[in-house]
Design a protein around this ligand. Structure first.
Ligand code: NAD
Length: 465
């Protein structure tokens, strides 16, 4: 089998990396090399940023209707090629094909949404204030060149969440996918250029993550860094961006609580725990990690969850690091006196889902984002106690609550310190509502109107005479 090589995309053209350097992309299913990627140098990053800067004035100045139409053409081509994109996601990071198809379909909706949003970038004319002057003209424009730095777990969605609103706002981009899963993200950038977006509006650099991330976050030609990933790397990026006063958005990990109230429909609660606990083999920022159940209903809930978990088959862990972390977390839980059910190795990097009980603060899986297929079930006596535990770790991405009485359930939802709360169900993301990490889960928001404004800078012209 010939192994395809993915080049850099700079100024609309395929480019080899400096010196022809490449890296192998191994399959998480078999370990075989499935592709090679160009391995960019700092000079290649500089060329990509230069191309994005060169393309910026014309793209930023385009009338919103024309920009919206251009993004809509990209969305249409993305829809046509969605099957190929999903296959790449499945092959390069291991998620089951159905989950990959769902990720890509949802990403397509995000592109369509922001194509339409591009048309709604209205300017405002406000009346004069203070008793003099003629009025106030307020307008937004693209913040500039955006560096998109993303992880491997949702290799398409997390690029699109940045690319689509940034394009709508009038920004140009350098996209840097994760080294572990760069192929589908590259294909998104390739679709962008083949759909007719002007050369240089979307550039793509591939290669070794840390030096490329640093080259982008320290580059004077980058106006904003839009990052999704770990807190450890976010702190580095924020440190590099700070003395250069770059705009930043940081979407980080979570430690999702599911609060099950005493009048909840347990079938729904079990569905939420099982679906969100084990989606993408637990490698999701929105995972359900801790389920808080009224003590009186714990046994009933656990029996139903066990029966459901027995039917779940996971794809292989995307990385050796994640595979190893699963074992470390379960060993730590056992050493801390917890009970572990399941979690064994099926074959290769495929794991069985794990349930943990009798665990509390001080056990790693309850305190730190696991990012592996483990759900911990913890009983509570009062709702206040459940809310306090839900909010205890320094995370605040997605929370879940299931309850019968809607007023009481919504009251608990409001008390969860999370940017997103799913009530009586597990679907959390829609293109038109923001997705934001509170506390240690991030800075800023993606999607929705806030996710568009994140790529806009404002100008107020005060017309005095
Ligand atoms: P990571 O932080 O290791 O990598 C993220 C990106 O940063 C990659 O592109 C990587 O190449 C780059 N990078 C890695 N080391 C770097 C360095 N030293 N300097 C500069 N750049 C560097 O994260 P990961 O392990 O790939 O992803 C997992 C994390 O992402 C989890 O914490 C997960 O919860 C989080 N995540 C958050 C969201 C969200 O929307 N909030 C979504 C998905 C994943």
């Amino acid at each position: 089998m010939t192994v395809p090589t993915y080049p850099l995309i700079i100024g609309g053209a395929d480019r080899e990396a400096e010196g022809g350097a490449t890296l192998d992309v191994p399959s998480p299913h078999t370990g075989e090399v499935i592709a090679r990627i160009a391995s960019a140098s700092a000079a290649d990053v500089d060329a990509a940023v230069g191309a994005a800067r060169a393309a910026l004035p014309a793209w930023r100045a385009l009338a919103p209707l024309e920009r919206g139409a251009a993004i809509a053409r990209m969305a249409a081509l993305f829809d046509q090629e969605a099957g190929d994109v999903a296959r790449l996601v499945h092959e390069e990071m291991g998620k089951p094909l159905g989950e990959a198809q769902a990720e890509v379909a949802r990403a397509g909706e995000v592109i369509h949404h922001f194509a339409a949003e591009a048309e709604r970038l209205w300017e405002q004319y406000l009346p004069a204030g203070g008793g003099f002057g003629r009025g106030n003209h307020v307008r937004g424009e693209g913040i500039g060149v955006v560096a998109s730095i993303t992880p491997w777990n949702f290799p398409v969605a997390l690029v699109v969440w940045k690319l689509a609103p940034a394009l709508a706002a009038g920004c140009t981009l350098v996209v840097k996918p994760a080294q572990e899963a760069p192929l589908a993200a590259w294909r998104v950038c390739d679709i962008a250029r083949r759909s007719g977006l002007p050369d240089g509006v979307v550039n793509c650099v591939l290669g070794d993550g840390p030096p490329l991330g640093e080259a982008l976050a320290t580059h004077d030609g980058v106006d904003k860094v839009a990052f999704t990933g770990s807190r450890r790397v976010a702190e580095l990026i924020a440190g590099w961006a700070a003395p250069r006063l770059k705009a930043l958005s940081l979407e980080l990990g979570g430690h999702g609580p599911l609060v099950v109230l005493d009048d909840a429909d347990l079938d729904v609660a079990v569905d939420v725990a099982a679906t969100q606990g084990f989606a993408n083999a637990g490698q999701a920022c929105y995972s359900v990690n801790r389920v808080l159940v009224p003590r009186a209903r714990e046994a009933e809930f656990l029996d139903a969850l066990r029966a459901r978990v027995a039917t779940i088959e996971l794809g292989p862990m995307a990385t050796e690091r994640g595979f190893e972390r699963h074992r470390v977390l379960l060993d730590d839980a056992r050493a801390g006196g917890a009970t572990v059910e399941g979690g064994e190795v099926i074959e290769g990097r495929r794991l069985a889902p794990a349930l943990v009980t009798n665990a509390g603060p001080g056990v790693k899986v309850v305190d730190e984002e696991p990012f592996t297929p483990i759900v911990t079930v913890m009983p509570y006596d009062t709702v206040d106690e459940a809310v306090a535990e839900a909010n205890r770790p320094d995370y605040g991405l997605v929370g879940y609550v299931c309850g019968g009485d809607l007023r009481r359930t919504m009251d608990v939802a409001r008390r969860l310190e999370c940017g997103t709360v799913a009530v009586n169900g597990w679907r959390v993301v829609v293109p038109h509502a923001p997705y934001a990490g509170w506390k240690g889960s991030g800075v800023g928001a993606e999607l929705g109107h806030p996710g568009l404004e994140a790529f806009i800078r404002w100008q107020h012209a005060r017309v005095l005479a």
